[in-house]
Design a protein around this ligand. Structure first.
Ligand code: UFG
Length: 338
């Protein structure tokens, strides 16, 4: 098959491309505007491709923005794709509150256009990067795919609307099937330290802690110590990026087998508090970095943990890197390369 990966130069997209190279024989094309991704990531993926497949052809890279509808349509007209894995999106929750239209344009509008091109060009399969943010403040700490989706910020709403567009499009076109993957807290990097999270203004806890270890930041903050949790800090389900990536490979196999469209949570099904994550980062780095208390951050639920039984049962997905120390160690090793 020929698979198009949008956002393939970014953090999660690049780990999925790496696994598509290593675990499948699919031809791969990438569209990325390089706003948070890097040309060097494309170069690294191409060298993995050439080593792995003994093939000079490599990945086809289109340096393009999904908002340029005509240019994207030209790509679809000239290339022939069988499946699309769609990552390209804006992902910073506080920014989505300040600039919601950026999120509705980059996420919902661009996804709608992409899905529309897929249906007119008879693309068979679509895998969509969604988020646990669609659940908002869930009524139970461990969420199932059937837990009501009531997002509490524009980021979550922009993703939920995209899910709905995709579901309606698949409903209307029999041979267009999709998998929606709702990611929990993705962290860590390639265990061989070839690719990782390079976005400089990252806000995610493990990335921020790694930056504080190496001194990119002088100190870091804990946003809220008065939550109704054992140590008062928020609990999240941290998943290694390569385990998340393998879920995409499984989802593609599932669609290739002719299975019905479906939604899956991707997480480990257990969580750690902010203080536990920071403690782990201090232990593995042997650096007692400066941590300060700060007020709660808007829109943070106290506990967000996946129920991952559906993805285990239906996609036969299993985790290989379910170890917080390992996640922190790979994140730190990558941070040191930047
Ligand atoms: N946190 C701190 N200090 C920091 C950064 C984060 O205390 O410097 C805390 C946050 O307040 C939160 C926890 O660490 O309690 C995790 O925060 P992240 O920013 O790392 O991640 P979020 O849980 O806010 O969000 C991420 C993704 C969403 C996804 C969600 C699912 O950005 O897309 O995980 O759980 F929906």
């Amino acid at each position: 098959m020929h698979i198009l990966v949008t956002g393939g130069a970014g953090y999660i997209g690049s780990h999925v491309v790496k696994q598509l190279i290593e675990k499948t024989s699919h031809r791969i094309s990438i569209i990325d505007n390089l706003s948070t991704g890097h040309q060097s990531t494309i170069d690294t993926l191409n060298s993995i491709y050439q080593n792995e497949r003994y093939d000079e052809e490599g990945i086809t890279f289109y340096h393009e923005d999904l908002k340029n509808f005509e240019a994207i349509e030209t790509i679809f007209t000239t290339a022939s794709f069988d499946g699309v894995i769609h990552f390209a999106a804006s992902i910073v929750v506080p920014e989505s509150v300040e600039n919601p239209l950026k999120y509705y344009m980059n996420n919902t509008v661009n996804t709608t256009h992409l899905v529309s091109l897929c249906t007119t060009h008879n693309i068979k399969h679509f895998i969509f990067s969604s988020t646990a943010a669609v659940y908002g403040e869930p009524p139970e700490p461990q969420v199932k795919e059937t837990t009501p989706t009531i997002p509490i910020n524009p980021y979550g709403r922009s993703k939920l609307m995209s899910e709905q567009v995709l579901q309606d499009a698949s409903q209307a076109k029999e041979d267009f099937s999709h998998v929606i993957l709702r990611y929990f807290n993705v962290a860590g990097a390639d265990t061989l330290n070839r690719i990782g999270q390079s976005f400089p203004n990252a806000t995610h806890l493990i990335k921020v802690a790694a930056q504080t270890v190496i001194g990119t930041r002088e100190s870091m903050m804990i946003f809220g110590e008065d939550y109704n949790t054992p140590d008062g800090t928020c609990i999240r389900d941290y998943i290694h990026v390569d385990d998340l990536a393998s879920a995409h490979v499984k989802a593609l196999e599932y669609l290739e087998q002719g299975s019905d469209s479906n939604i899956f949570n991707v997480g480990y099904g257990h969580g750690f508090s902010v203080k536990e994550v920071i403690g782990t980062m201090k232990t593995i780095s042997h650096v007692d970095f400066d941590v300060r208390a700060a007020p709660r951050r808007a829109g943070d639920p106290a506990v967000l943990i996946s129920d991952n039984s559906k993805i285990k049962n239906i996609l036969h997905w299993s985790a290989q890197y379910d170890d917080l120390s390992g996640i922190c160690a790979t994140a730190l090793a990558w941070e040191k390369t930047l």
